[in-house]
Design a protein around this ligand. Structure first.
Ligand code: PGA
Length: 250
């Protein structure tokens, strides 16, 4: 049976002190070992936050990694560097990286490969812009994002990947996808995985939802059969709100 996952993407927020105190507040509020909890602080806070949460059922991931294994790439951080400080997960394909940093599917595919080589688990984000949804082409659009980046992985590698469906029009806008809209996409992703990788892979892969997930909409999302957790941006910066979303996915 899949275990739900709730992840907090802190983006470019919190000072060092604020990040540590947010992590400690989350640790202090966890009521149950379910679901799995993951936080994505800034690169430079990863180690210290990892020290503060270790042993408390919270895992720490990075928001990005470079698509090359090592070399002359001033200012960049490799997947192996993350692994070497004990980081377990990396977020790849977030729409903010695609849009503001021109990350193409080819680059994202290389990032996924580097992450898997470094034994990191991947949270791969996909999702359509509003105009694509308006035209009713969202399922095909997401299918391509998956096809180009993760569906060339082996079945074994797919076990290390969680898919996050994040409609771009819902990110940071307060405009959450309805539970039915999200379920339609999650279900279609799972059925494609069933066709490509078989029933056990489709059954075990986690597909989480992101985009204005808040305490007041998390329960309805959590009730959908193919929604296995949430990737939370804004609401993950408040420990009470984040834990309330966590509790919706117990
Ligand atoms: P949001 O962000 O919850 O603030 O909409 C989600 C995300 O970007 O992962």
């Amino acid at each position: 049976m899949r275990r739900n996952l709730v992840a907090g993407n802190w983006k470019m927020n919190t000072s060092f002190r604020e990040g540590i105190s947010l992590a400690k507040e989350i640790v202090g509020s966890i009521e149950s070992k379910k679901p799995e909890i993951l936080i994505f602080p800034s690169f430079i806070h990863l180690s210290e936050i990892q020290n503060n949460v270790s042993g408390h059922f919270i895992q720490v991931g990075a928001q990005n990694c470079h698509h090359k294994a090592s070399g002359a790439y001033t200012g960049e951080i490799s997947a192996a560097m993350l692994q070497s400080i004990g980081i377990s997960h990396v977020l790849i394909g977030h729409s903010e990286r695609r849009n503001y940093f021109n990350e193409t599917d080819d680059i994202l595919n290389a990032k996924v490969q580097r992450a898997l080589e470094a034994s990191l688990q991947v949270i791969y984000c996909c999702g359509e812009p509003e105009n694509i949804r308006t035209k009713g082409q969202h399922i095909d659009f997401i299918q391509h994002q998956l096809e180009n980046v993760v569906f060339n992985c082996s079945k074994k590698d797919l076990e290390k990947i969680t898919i996050a469906y994040e409609p771009i029009w819902a990110i940071g806008t307060g405009k959450v996808a309805s539970p039915e809209q999200a379920q339609e996409v999650h279900q279609s992703i799972r059925s494609t995985i069933q066709t490509k990788y078989g029933e056990d892979a489709a059954h075990s892969i986690r597909i989480i939802y992101g985009g204005s997930c808040k305490p007041d909409n998390a329960t309805a999302l959590a009730q959908q059969p193919d929604i296995d957790g949430a990737l939370v941006g804004g609401a993950s910066l408040n420990a009470t709100d984040f834990i309330s979303i966590v509790n919706a996915f117990v």
